[in-house]
Design a binder for this molecule. Structure first.
Ligand SMILES: Cc1ncc(COP(=O)(O)O)c(C=O)c1O
Length: 372
């Protein structure tokens, strides 16, 4: 996608905030526990490579991504250290996994058997690093039973071309007050571990929520995602154990300002009509940038004042009602601080009836990312 370098809308990413968030978590961890920064989905929209570099400064020793291509992007940018792919990778790409020294999540016996065959055909390659995923109740991917898990581990240990590097699970309710289901998943995982004769280098269960609210479960590696970007994984339900610093702000400028008299329509469908003389400003951001139509009626900040988005949000532009005349070029803050006011990613998520994870990932590549 073409990046809109030549218009004033941009995402500003505070890499220092990412470093600080990682550092604050690393300080809380037991000494033997490593932090892997989760930078999938282009670093939750913040940019995978700059985020990974900022995380290294805070003490991250490895990385998690969802896709093989995301892992390759990190390696090609010179990122060293372990990279774990959390999603299922087609077994036909084993040569790439080995070539780029990537760790892969394994969730089925069939995959492992095919991998053994494939690896036998490759000559003089490093062993493939395997993390066994146990599905303790997320219902997504992973081995369901102790028996299946043990069989998979045995096969990995038998193969000279595989290294059993990790075993892990993922909690679905670590961000909730009610801990009953978390405890059930945790118990299931402990049951699997006690049945295994030995354990690999990494035993890991923690996403951000588990790290924040169940630190006793840290294992020897945590997969730290949303909190690294300064966002509370629980939304409004639980308070973060220490202050998280949001890394992302979204800014633009007024590109056009006009005074309309009463009874003038604004935007497609004429869903807003001026009730008196009103100053209307236009901002160059729209739903093609990830600034979605449901944000009609939400506010942005101009000179420290909230201004309502009026009329439908267009593909590339939207209109706001200004409290008074402003000049084109005046700064507009859509997410972040402006004067004494702040609009957070959580505010945007609340308006869209979703979670801030989704908001962060929805900003399109068309918006340039500026790193500070
Ligand atoms: C398996 C796994 N681990 C860790 C994470 C990171 O989660 P969070 O961003 O909530 O820290 C994710 C994110 O979706 C995940 O799928």
């Amino acid at each position: 996608m073409t990046v809109g370098w030549h218009r004033p809308t941009k995402l500003i990413i505070d890499t220092q905030a990412i470093t600080e968030n990682v550092l604050n978590e690393v300080k809380r961890l037991p000494e033997e526990t490593e932090l892997f920064a989760v930078v999938k989905a282009n670093g939750y929209g913040h940019g995978a490579v700059p985020t990974a570099k900022a995380a290294i400064k805070g003490g991250a020793t490895g990385f998690c991504v969802a896709l093989l291509d995301e892992a390759i992007e990190l390696r090609e940018a010179g990122i060293k250290g372990p990279i774990l792919i959390l999603g299922v990778v087609d077994v036909s790409y084993i040569d790439l996994l080995v070539k780029y020294d990537l760790s892969v999540t394994v969730t089925s016996q069939e995959w492992l058997e095919q991998a053994v065959n494939q690896l036998e055909q490759l000559e003089n390659v490093q062993p493939l690093k395997i993390h066994i995923k146990v599905d303790t109740g997320m219902g997504r991917i992973g081995f369901k039973t102790v028996h299946e898990t043990k069989k998979a581990v045995e096969l990995v240990q038998l193969s000279e071309q595989m290294i059993w590097e990790g075993i892990f699970t993922h909690f679905s309710t670590a961000d909730k007050k009610d801990q009953a289901y978390f405890n059930k998943q945790n118990q299931r995982f402990q049951n699997v571990l006690t049945e295994l004769a030995e354990l690999p280098r990494y035993v890991h269960v923690s996403n951000s929520a588990t790290a924040l609210w169940h630190p006793e479960n840290a294992g020897n590696m945590i997969r730290f995602g949303i909190a690294m970007y300064g966002l509370n994984p629980s939304g409004h339900e639980l308070e973060a154990s220490y202050p998280l610093k949001p890394a992302l702000s979204l800014v633009s400028e007024l590109i056009h300002v006009k005074e309309l008299s009463a009874n003038e329509g604004i935007g497609y469908g004429k869903t807003y009509t001026t009730s008196k003389n009103e100053w209307i400003g236009t901002i160059p951001i729209g739903y093609a940038d990830g600034w979605l139509r449901h944000l009609q009626g939400f506010s942005v900040l101009v000179d420290g004042k909230e201004c309502e988005i009026v009329g439908r949000i267009c593909m590339d532009q939207c209109m706001i009602r200004l409290p008074e005349q402003k000049t084109a070029g005046t700064k507009v803050t859509l997410i972040g601080k402006n004067g004494d006011k702040e609009i957070t990613m959580q505010d945007v998520a609340d308006k869209l009836d979703t979670i801030h994870y989704e908001v962060a990932c929805t900003f399109s590549e068309r918006i340039p990312r500026e790193y500070r």
